[in-house]
Design a protein around this ligand. Structure first.
Ligand SMILES: NC(=O)c1ccc[n+]([C@@H]2O[C@H](COP(=O)([O-])OP(=O)(O)OC[C@H]3O[C@@H](n4cnc5c(N)ncnc54)[C@H](OP(=O)(O)O)[C@@H]3O)[C@@H](O)[C@H]2O)c1
Length: 271
């Protein structure tokens, strides 16, 4: 599996998203994904599936080859809540160490230095390997890197062909951090898009595969979610073709739609 390097940490370029995957199905899919070559699994305290994700990782027998990410909920940003909730995540996941711990959403009520300080402590005691953030804007990224001496290795953000993320992608990369694209196939709506379908036909690929390829060709990590085994395979079969510069540009132009899917009551003011 190809990787993206950030501050010496290698992030497998495709991960399995697990939002809304539940119970036995979740554990089974995680295990199948690892057998199919996935080396990166994305969960969160908010997804209420850490136990099943951990079960799938353990059942695969390949724990040491897999990077497990979990995210601290925005309601757990106070230092004592970071500590308590990270211990709870580890208990649910039943793994030795969280490979990547990220702030799920910024919370302006808690100073970033306090949250990041507590996360750094979790790293120092060996509960966590690396730290990152999610849903951080250009301004928040600047604040975050000033607020901690610990390297922050990623910013996980919504990114797909229908959303222009030029500014935050440039800022994330300028800080030496990896961009991790969530909703990379626009919650399935890449399928049916006329441009993506046409480009896909030219390469013998689906529109979803074109969307994922467009991201990885920009050195962006993708974490597509699926509940279907056959799509687990489809979503990693994107390394046997390449999009031309003209195709890359045509897909980038779809962002004129400015279709943001994830916008919650606590979202920051987007760039
Ligand atoms: N940090 C954050 O705030 C944040 C926010 C949102 C998401 N995330 C993470 O990012 C992951 C991915 O994002 P997402 O779940 O929002 O959306 P997504 O991965 O873009 O899309 C998932 C949807 O696409 C369908 N799908 C998957 N593969 C497909 C294919 N090859 N062809 C057609 N349809 C396909 C799935 O349906 P089937 O199940 O039927 O295949 C599902 O409905 C999440 O699961 C989560 O881990 C993080």
């Amino acid at each position: 599996m190809q990787t993206v390097e950030a501050k010496g940490f290698m992030i497998p370029i495709i991960g399995l998203g697990t939002w809304e995957l539940r119970g036995r199905d979740c554990a089974r899919l995680v295990e199948q994904a690892i057998h199919l070559g996935y080396r990166h699994i994305d969960t969160a305290q908010m997804y209420a599936n850490e136990a099943e994700v951990g079960e799938g990782v353990r059942n695969s027998g390949r724990r040491s080859d897999v990077m497990v990410t979990t995210k601290v909920a925005h309601t757990n940003m106070a230092p004592q809540d970071v500590e308590r909730s990270v211990k709870e995540s580890l208990r649910k996941l039943r793994i030795d160490e969280i490979d990547l711990l990220i702030i799920h959403w910024p919370n302006e009520r808690i100073p970033l230095a306090e949250t990041l300080g507590a996360m750094a402590k979790m790293k120092q005691v060996g509960y966590v390997k690396q730290l990152g953030v999610s849903n951080f804007t250009v301004k928040l990224l600047d604040e975050a890197v000033k607020a901690t001496d610990e390297p922050l290795v990623c910013n996980q953000i919504e990114y797909h062909p229908f959303l222009d993320q030029t500014k935050v992608v440039a800022a994330t990369k300028a800080h030496g951090m990896a961009v991790v694209a969530y909703s990379p196939i626009a919650r399935g709506s890449a399928s049916g898009n006329e441009v993506l379908e046409r480009i896909g036909r030219a390469h013998g690929k689906s529109a979803a595969q074109v969307s994922l390829r467009w991201l990885v060709q920009q050195d962006i990590v993708v974490i597509p979610r699926t509940s279907k085994r056959e799509r687990l395979e489809e979503n990693v079969a994107i390394f046997d073709f390449a999009l031309s510069p003209a195709e890359m540009a045509e897909i980038a132009a779809l962002s004129a739609a400015q279709k943001r899917i994830v916008n919650l009551a606590w979202s920051p003011e987007w760039d």
